[in-house]
Design a protein around this ligand. Sequence first.
Ligand code: PGA
Length: 244
Amino acid sequence: MRGKLVVGNWKMNGGLRANAALLGALTADWRPAPGRSIAVCVPFPYLGQAQAALMGTSIAWGAQNVSEHRSGAYTGEVAASMLADFGCGYAIVGHSERRQLYADTDAVVAAKAVAVLAAGITPIVCVGETLAEREAGTTEAVVLSQLGAVLAAVGEAAGRVVVAYEPVWAIGTGRTATTEQAQAVHATLRARLRAAGAADTPLLYGGSVKADNAGALFAMMDIDGGLIGGASLKAEEFLAIARA
Ligand code: PGA
């Protein structure tokens, strides 16, 4: 059976003091249960802090982005091997904010996924359509082409990837996809993953997940958990989602 995974994406939020309080509350209040995992993806400078606070607990940590290159003259970039040095279990690649604001293309996202896998870290590959694409009826085509680029690049490692479906119009807007909308896209993604021999790849939903809608979303057949933005900055709310 596929387990459930809930990942917090702090985005560019936090600070040493606020993080200490949040990480402390998570470690104090999270009760691990079989088949349920949680993780937090923090800004790069706080990876050491997350590692120190979470090492030896059942909470994993990771990064929100990574370079597609191994090393070299890439000022300001962070290599996957550096994330591994800080014990990262996960690295988000292809978040819609990276695709939209920093021009991460499908090819770059695929290369990042490959780099993350090579460092022994699990990539959380984000896919999702814009509102215009949904209204044009191209949701399936968009997410399948985003996922397809990654599957083509990672080959047989497809089973070591986590995929997050995040409709762009639902991120940070308070407008969650309905359970039916989310499940329909997840079923499409699942079928594509099954064809790639990776039917059990965890499929997360992201986009305005809150404690009061998480249970209904996570109960859907092909939704294996969530990627949580705003609501992951409050320990109580994040843990309520993780328990849902
Ligand atoms: P949100 O963000 O939960 O604040 O909508 C989700 C995400 O961007 O990963």
